[in-house]
Design a protein around this ligand. Structure first.
Ligand code: FDA
Length: 396
């Protein structure tokens, strides 16, 4: 790249939203330059969905997103639906599978999704320049000027697609938030979302022993409830149930776990079990629902030793209450180091929901995760990146 470059549009961030926006805008005939400080485009796409990228969710609705303004995401999600992205993926011959209802993953590898976006950028004529640090952005009379490690770049329109703070080792920075503040926008407090919980020492002591065990639960915190698997790790509690709840949890709050969502009336079941097998231990009954290790640990932890004939009705009710509503207070979360997303971000009140332009700064746009719009687990975050990127690219 020359020491001084002039182009129509600069997109900062060669991630999901930025690449989608760049290709769409370049197809409109604009000269588009995508800048990224990383040495590779789309790193999060590559690591997503366990290497198979859960690239969309067919059941996407605005209710699957957390935002201070729950209406903001509606327009873009309607105009660029999951089916539009499926059509793009199929046009490129990528095979996909529906792993859980609505959740589409690559049959082979997430490399294929990145391949689709890079091919689209190439066909459309959008140029991607990596390893480029952006030192300063200033407003000019008819656009923007960027001081970068590759020289000065001027453009008429600037799209900020820098993503959030999660996984700094993959290139995440707070640069998008800094730019927003520079242009007078409010950045709502950010925190890690879709992230495992860490535990207080007492809970960690018995649960860490069970690392690797996954069991179906219903996990809840104020205003949110998810029926999904929970994974016990050596650091705390993870798996889809905990990741989902983490996006609704605030420090100091408790989390409740129903260990037996499949049993509607455990007291009745336990009373019947006591009648039929008075000399059996409770652990034996638990084993029909849990692995042997987990059944033994629950029995030890909650002091449920002894034969069932020694359990009064009151004690059986207490067992049932613990299994249906065990509460714990996380010590925190694993934070941005392992979080899939960042909650909060650029306040959408200042942004047009049609073309993602900053209302007070014509030509400046914010898209993707840098905005205060965060999807639940299951392909919603990529759908947001595609939708916000496409709607902006169309409108530039
Ligand atoms: P994204 O983070 O993709 O891109 C931002 C780009 O900006 C990066 O390339 C970065 O290098 C660049 N950048 C940052 N600061 C910069 C600076 N100062 N200068 C220049 N460039 C800069 N979602 C989903 O729907 N399905 C899934 O399966 C998964 N799985 C998943 C797994 C893991 C481990 C993580 C961490 C996340 C997911 N996600 C997910 C979430 C999803 O990856 C995320 O929401 C999108 O990638 C957000 O897209 P953006 O384009 O907004 O940011």
């Amino acid at each position: 790249m020359a020491a001084s470059t002039e182009t129509d549009i600069v997109v900062i961030g060669a991630g999901a939203a930025g690449l989608m926006c760049a290709a769409t805008a370049a197809y409109q005939g604009h000269r588009v330059l995508v800048l990224d400080h990383a040495n590779k485009a789309g790193k999060k796409i590559l690591m997503s969905g366990g290497g198979r990228c859960n690239f969309t969710n067919l059941n996407t609705t605005p209710e699957h997103f957390v935002s201070a303004n729950p209406h903001f995401c509606k327009s873009a999600l309607k105009r660029y639906s999951p089916w539009h992205f499926v059509e793009l993926v199929e046009r490129h011959g990528i095979e996909h599978v529906e792993k859980a209802p609505g959740q589409l993953f690559c049959a082979e590898s997430s490399k294929e999704i990145l391949g689709v976006l890079l091919t689209e950028c190439e066909w459309a004529g959008a140029e991607i320049v990596l390893n480029t640090a952006i030192k300063r952005v200033s407003k000019t009379d008819n656009g923007f000027s960027l001081a970068t490690s590759a020289g000065t770049i001027t453009c008429q329109k600037l799209v900020v697609a820098c993503g959030g703070l999660s996984i700094p080792t993959m290139g995440a920075t707070g640069f998008g938030y800094q730019l927003a503040e520079q242009f007078g926008l409010t950045v709502l407090p950010t925190r890690a979302g879709l992230v495992p919980f860490t535990l207080q020492p007492d809970d960690k002591a018995w649960l860490a022993e069970l690392s690797g065990i996954s069991t179906d639960v219903v996990a809840s915190t104020a205003h949110a409830r998810f029926a999904e698997p929970m994974l016990i790790t050596h650091r705390g509690l993870s798996g889809p149930a905990m990741l989902q709840v983490s996006s609704f949890w605030t420090p100091g709050q408790g989390v409740t776990v129903d260990w037996l969502p499949q049993v509607v009336d455990p007291v009745a079941e336990l009373v019947t079990e006591r009648q039929r097998h008075p000399n059996r231990g409770l652990e034996r009954w638990l084993r029909q629902y849990f692995s042997q290790r987990l059944a033994a640990a629950l029995t030890d932890q909650f002091g449920w030793q002894g034969n069932l004939q020694q359990f009064s009705n009151e004690r059986l009710s207490a067992v049932a209450a613990t299994l249906k509503g065990w509460s714990f207070k996380p010590s925190g979360t694993e934070g941005y180091r392992t979080a899939e997303v960042t909650l909060g971000g650029v306040d959408t009140d200042a942004i047009s929901s049609k073309n993602f332009e900053v209302k007070s700064v014509p030509g400046l746009h914010f898209i993707g995760e840098v905005l205060d719009v965060t999807g639940q687990l299951g392909g919603f975050n990529f759908q947001w990146a595609w939708a916000s990127g496409w709607c902006t690219g169309q409108a530039l």
